[in-house]
Design a protein around this ligand. Structure first.
Ligand code: HEM
Ligand code: HEM
Length: 182
């Protein structure tokens, strides 16, 4: 398997980015909800700090991923896949890209309108070109508390699609996104 994609499978970079981003998103949703139920205090601040740091790295990985996607061929849908499944699969993929970026953007706006930058594990802070604004802060908080839901719904449909293709349609699509599987 090469670094780049070809017509029949994803290359190693696309696979690595897919799984790193997937792990990042699961952890982000978990930590986001975890801190949501907490009182103000050190523990909540610590979780938010980790949440924002992982989000910053996820944003970086997603940016590389999209650039890489446009520099590459996208593997063709498997032979014999009904046209509607092929369409739904592409719509879900684009929906995932859009909701991930929307959620990342909203999160950054929550922090920016709160007058802060995005911490990256204490190594440095990414400054945001946004002025502190209480009303905007509350609005972006609402957006951020909402937008992970359509994202999570798409992730569920996506996983169900992968399971369907692997176990029922018995085609190649899961194998060609896996790492270390022949
Ligand atoms: C795709 C990436 C992201 C996901 C999946 C995600 C997920 C979540 C979730 C599920 C919550 C809890 C919302 C609730 O209480 O209902 C949350 C809260 C929060 N997130 Fe994110 N987040 C992401 C990116 C970011 C980014 C980039 C930042 C900023 C650096 C950020 C900062 C925050 C903050 C400050 C909160 C607490 C604010 C609030 O209560 O609304 N998040 N996040
Ligand atoms: C356990 C979780 C997951 C499984 C089993 C899974 C499985 C797969 C598989 C098998 C493919 C290849 C489809 C094909 O060859 O046509 C794929 C592609 C893709 N996955 Fe996932 N995935 C998971 C999580 C995620 C998450 C959390 C995201 C959120 C961003 C995501 C976004 C995508 C995208 C956008 C593609 C299309 C890649 C492209 O051509 O740009 N996946 N996934």
């Amino acid at each position: 398997m090469g670094l780049k994609n070809n017509n029949s499978e994803y290359g190693s970079l696309a696979r690595a980015l897919h799984w790193l981003v997937a792990i990042g998103l699961f952890v982000l949703i978990y930590l986001g909800l975890e801190q949501g139920g907490m009182e103000r205090g050190d523990e909540r601040s610590r979780i938010r700090f980790i949440h924002a740091s992982i989000a910053a790295i996820t944003l970086m990985l997603m940016t590389i991923r999209v650039v890489w996607r446009f520099m590459n061929e996208v593997p063709a849908k498997p032979d014999g896949m009904p046209a509607w499944q092929s369409t739904v699969s592409s719509l879900v993929h684009w929906g995932l890209y859009i909701t991930v970026f929307a959620q990342l953007f909203a999160g950054a706006m929550v922090v920016g309108t709160g007058g802060k930058g995005i911490p990256v594990f204490g190594l440095f802070t990414i400054p945001l070109p946004v002025t502190e604004n209480h009303d905007a802060h509350e609005w972006w908080e609402e957006v951020h508390e909402f937008a992970w839901k359509p994202l999570a719904a798409l992730i569920i449909v996506h996983i169900l699609g992968a399971l369907y293709n692997h176990f029922i349609a018995k085609n190649d699509v899961v194998r060609r996104m896996m790492i270390g599987v022949k």
